[in-house]
Design a protein around this ligand. Sequence first.
Ligand code: ZN
Length: 273
Amino acid sequence: MTVSKFIMTPELAETREKLCGIPGHLAFKQSLVEQFEGSWTLSTCPACRWQALYNTPKDQDAHLQAVLEVAAERLNEDLIATGITPRFRKCSLSSYVTGDDKAKQRALSICRKYADKFDEHRDAGRALMLMGEIGTGKTHLACAILQCIVRHDGSTGLIVTAESITQAVTDSFRSNSGPSKTDLINELASVDLLVIDEVGMHTAKPGKDFTPGLLHEVIDRRYQLIKPTILVSNQKPEDLHSFIGPRAADRLRENGGLLAPFTWKSARSGGSV
Ligand SMILES: [Zn+2]
């Protein structure tokens, strides 16, 4: 059973039957397709696309144009599948402002190196923890890394909050028709890079709810598959075990797991995210 609770697909709008006008090409459903950058593009006749891809000399513009369009559509699907919300879609490594602040420069450098060498980290299943004060740009940099590895490595990625995992599993207990807990964990384990955001934000009573055990299961599953996880939290590294369990905390540190500390005070009032 294929289940997509977290992995999104582009929204479609204003779908209607359309004929391209070329004899022999059947009517197709034309839609406006959501683009990651915020615009919408019209889908095109699939018969025209097929003709350009497979029945047109490879040096002709129509063929080259179709190849470019297919690549752009796949990239758009992969970017939207990350779950990066519109608020964070313009966040890149180069748009993260550090000024002369050495601590900010260090955090950015760790994130940039992680993205640049992602093929090595992916092969090693090496984790990265972004930890520190709220409003210091941790989610900005986590989203920037995700975009980077999707655009440049052809990898798949996903960002979810700890709360959304808990909510999805709670919903699965209440419904017989939706995905099961196993389906949900399988989906979170399926991507090349998973970012778990806001760990420790919504756990009012550590040790008294099932979020830590659940996060442990997700992190451990990815550990078993040698797949890297980025964990984002406003908690202190030494307190992390209360929110994901001690074994998962060890898993993240294993094999050279990296830590980027965000030790300065919030700049949210100045518009940073
Ligand atoms: Zn056509």
